[in-house]
Design a protein around this ligand. Structure first.
Ligand code: GLU
Length: 428
């Protein structure tokens, strides 16, 4: 599965601080829920933030020091859970935001987890496979103080994949002296991975997109879709939505985008991307477009599947789609959210839309702990049920509070975590 493809978006550089965005979203939900002031203070901060500076031996024999993070926002409802990303723009505030979003994501789907996230500041396209392995193993060893099946369980995220998880699992297992498969999820099948995990985030995106269309009276066979980002999540979403009859008219990756208003032949595009490493140059494209132009196309559905801060106060008013499904984490700033709300653009928020990945991660962890493995059909059925139920609960709460789906999702999630915190009480 392609994992080294993402949209960097130059426009993201000057954008909002994701942690401030996450805290503003939380504050808004806390106000709607009239949350106790003490609980507000607890939940709007991360519990632990861990920075590691570690040496890696490069292919030319030199040593380079890299900086990485592992942040745990919350552990109240179970072990912390969340991916690890490799990217030059990783920052502590980004990882803190992503860890908080993981807490809410796991609570929206009612998984018995808290939230965490990790990241290493690096450009994986500039590292050899050997250097990536060295970096991954040393980072895993550095954060082994925190991670483990009962405490904190990493998974893939931007620019990390099954191989990365295999190295982490091996490093932790070698340090223990025995295999600990449940220490990470998103592993290869041969070492305790789960059927359906690589496609799970995209599958969840498909399920919520179908649900949203049903509620909006949008017929999939008449609906056009543009997808920003063609890594694991974007490409699987494209494939599955195409399979459901949606017309995917534009896609993009870090090198730029392609557009064909008559629809792209997604299976052929996937083949092109597999062989050339990019979407540009695909014979079935009518024109090449930029990542930012893709977001303003006249389509019914927009799926950001790359990085944060893609919709801001600068471009939200120009978005023509009626439905935005956030496959990426944090693609919409609070200002853009307000503009979408005023304009009647429906946003299926990240903490619901992309929760399919962590849901099947949970299935993987359960299977590893029991050493008993399920068939793919069972995985997909259970995933669909959880995503549909979460969508309904979020939608009900949004209607009840006359608010957005994002605030509906936050109300569901924050209340679950707040109730758990209140009943456990404050230690000591
Ligand atoms: N990195 C994915 C996310 O942002 C998956 C996390 C997981 O499976 O733990 O949801």
């Amino acid at each position: 599965m392609a994992s080294n493809v993402l949209t960097a978006g130059a426009e993201a550089a000057e954008a909002a601080n994701p942690y401030e965005t996450a805290q503003r979203q939380f504050d808004q939900a806390a106000a709607i829920l009239d949350l106790d002031p003490g609980l507000r203070q607890v939940l709007r901060e991360v519990r632990r933030e861990f920075t590691v500076n570690f040496p890696v031996r490069m292919d030319d024999g030199s040593i380079r020091v890299f900086t990485g993070y592992r942040v745990q926002h919350n552990l109240t409802r179970g072990p912390a859970k969340g991916g690890i990303r490799y990217h030059p723009q990783v920052s502590l505030d980004e990882v803190k935001a992503l860890s908080m979003w993981m807490t809410w994501k796991c609570a929206v789907t009612n998984l018995p987890y808290g939230g965490a996230k990790g990241g290493v500041i690096c450009d994986p396209t500039q590292l050899s496979l050997q250097e990536l392995e060295n970096l991954t193993r040393r980072y895993a060893s550095e954060i082994s103080l925190l991670i483990g099946p009962e405490s904190d369980i990493p998974a893939p995220d931007v620019n990390t994949n099954q191989q990365t998880m295999a190295w982490i699992m091996d490093t932790i297992s070698m340090e223990k002296g025995y295999s600990v498969p449940a220490t990470v999820t998103g592993k290869p099948l041969s070492i305790g991975g789960s059927q359906g995990r690589p496609a799970a985030t995209g599958r969840g995106v498909m399920v919520v997109t179908l649900e949203a269309c049903r509620r909006m009276g949008l017929d999939p066979s008449q609906a056009t879709v543009a997808i920003q980002g063609f890594g694991n999540v974007g490409s699987v979403s494209a494939e599955l939505l195409h399979g459901q009859g949606f017309k995917v008219v534009a896609v993009s990756d870090v090198f730029g985008g392609i557009h064909n208003p008559d629809g792209l032949d997604v299976p052929a595009l996937l083949e092109h991307q597999r062989t050339t490493g990019k979407v540009r140059g695909f014979a079935g494209a009518r024109e090449e477009i930029s990542n930012s132009a893709l977001l303003e196309l006249p389509v019914h559905i927009l799926i950001p599947a790359a990085l944060e801060n893609q919709f801001t106060m600068h471009n939200a008013a120009r978005v023509q789609a009626k439905l935005v499904v956030e496959a990426a984490n944090g693609p919409t700033t609070p200002e853009a959210d307000d503009i979408f709300h005023q304009r009647g653009v429906v946003v299926v928020p990240d903490i619901l839309a992309n929760a399919g990945g962590v849901t099947v991660s949970y299935f993987e962890w359960v299977q590893d702990l029991q050493s008993f493995f399920w068939e793919e059909s069972e995985i997909n059925q259970r995933l669909t049920r959880i995503m549909e139920q979460a969508y309904h609960q979020v939608d009900d709460l949004a209607q009840q509070h006359r608010t957005t789906l994002r605030m509906g999702a936050y109300c569901l999630a924050v209340k679950r975590v707040a109730d758990a915190t209140a009943v456990r009480g404050i230690y000591p």
